[in-house]
Design a protein around this ligand. Structure first.
Ligand SMILES: Nc1ncnc2c1ncn2[C@@H]1O[C@H](COP(=O)(O)OP(=O)(O)OP(=O)(O)O)[C@@H](O)[C@H]1O
Ligand SMILES: [Mg+2]
Length: 351
């Protein structure tokens, strides 16, 4: 071993992910210096084998491929990277980009500290120096000309920080770049994701793309069981059916019919609706719950359509019958209480 060289220890990936069907079995343990940047393990996160295999293959590649995860909003792109990093003990420098993000947000800027001018490193430099994953969320919102600053770095070359007297930053062996976005960089034809920009093809050519979709019905069923432990099985199955129907109706590529929805029913929305069910399904009807958790963000016609779909799937009559039955039991118990009180009064009078 050469002086100064880090000691390598290997991680057994099948053990890390409790899964024997992984394509990559072993990986050098990341040498993360900033322990506080290692994400916290979320035990409710459910990995889908195909996408997990593809992401691990890319993160562990010899060429240190840069990864572009694309897919609809709320399908789990950001959390997937965080949860993989959490299980591997890999630090993450996360930055969510927007239309006004610029090079300084990535590289850093000069600032005054106790009267001295010093350079504050940005997430890109920190990740390169400390061997972390640079997670760039919503990369397709950032102006393409500014993103060109990443071109050399994406190919594994050092970064020259001209704002810091031309300092040269060499990439650590564990430095990786992962971007997430709702588009593949070719704009947003439907207007679903307003603000998305058409990206530069030379820039896009430097990434390995993985297209994600919403988790399968089976995976979402496990997610809901983990997140909402008190949700009755029947409600869970109906919610999953609703998700399938709503996603069929929201086509991001084009408007297919009058019932095409203008907003995605994401895994995020599904979890939100399920937790409202857990809170109040005994006294609020299903279509109102779904309206609170999702429908109210839609234009009037679509909102009404969702309400009717809910009534079909959940059967509001069944809910009304349940309420009527509950009311009957309550009235009966009130009457019973009345009868008990009367008999108590009668017996005290006798005494
Ligand atoms: N496989 C999963 N297991 C558990 N929870 C999940 C899963 N996928 C998504 N979620 C939950 O759904 C929510 C949205 O996930 P996340 O933020 O990762 O989506 P995203 O694809 O990055 O969305 P956006 O495009 O809006 O940034 C999170 O709260 C996450 O916990
Ligand atoms: Mg995200």
């Amino acid at each position: 071993m050469l002086p100064g060289e880090a000691v390598m220890s290997f991680l057994n990936l099948c053990e890390c992910f409790s899964c024997n069907e992984l394509w990559v079995k072993e990986f050098n343990s990341p040498d993360t210096k900033l322990k506080e940047n290692i994400p916290i393990v979320d035990n409710n996160y459910v990995f889908e084998l195909n996408v997990l295999n593809e992401v691990l293959l890319s993160l562990t590649s010899k060429e240190h491929d840069c990864l572009y995860l694309t897919g609809p909003s709320g399908c789990g792109k950001t959390s997937l990277v965080q949860q993989i990093a959490a299980r591997l003990g890999w630090g993450v420098e996360q930055l969510t980009l927007c239309g006004k993000s610029d090079i300084d947000d990535l590289i850093g800027h000069s600032s005054l500290r106790r009267g001295n001018l010093c350079f504050e490193y940005g997430p890109l430099v920190r990740a390169m120096r400390f061997g972390e994953i640079l997670l760039l969320n919503e990369i397709d919102l950032m102006p393409p000309a500014d993103l060109a600053v990443l071109n050399d770095v994406l190919e594994g070359r050092p970064l020259t920080v001209s704002a810091n007297l031309g300092e040269v930053i060499k990439p650590h062996r564990d430095f990786r770049v992962v971007a997430t976005a709702n588009s593949k960089g070719s704009g947003d034809r439907r207007g679903f994701y307003n603000g998305v920009r058409l990206q530069n093809q030379a820039f896009l050519d430097r990434w390995r793309f993985i297209e994600m979709t919403y988790p399968s019905v089976r995976a979402e069923s496990v997610i809901l069981k983990k997140c909402c432990t008190n949700l009755p099985e029947e409600t869970l199955n109906r919610l999953l059916k609703l998700a399938v129907e709503l996603r069929r109706d929201s086509n991001e590529e084009e408007i297919t019919s009058v019932t095409s929805l203008s907003a995605p029913f994401s895994t995020r929305s599904l979890i939100r609706v399920a937790s409202i069910f857990e809170q109040c399904s005994d006294f609020v009807e299903p279509s109102r719950i779904i309206d609170m958790g999702f429908g109210s963000r839609l234009p009037a016609v679509e909102r009404e359509y969702v309400k009717r779909l809910c009534a079909d799937i959940f059967g509001n009559e069944a809910f009304q019958e349940k309420c009527a039955a509950q009311e009957k039991t309550q009235t009966e118990s009130v009457a019973d209480k009345g009868r008990i009180k009367k008999s108590v009064r009668r017996s005290t009078k006798k005494k």
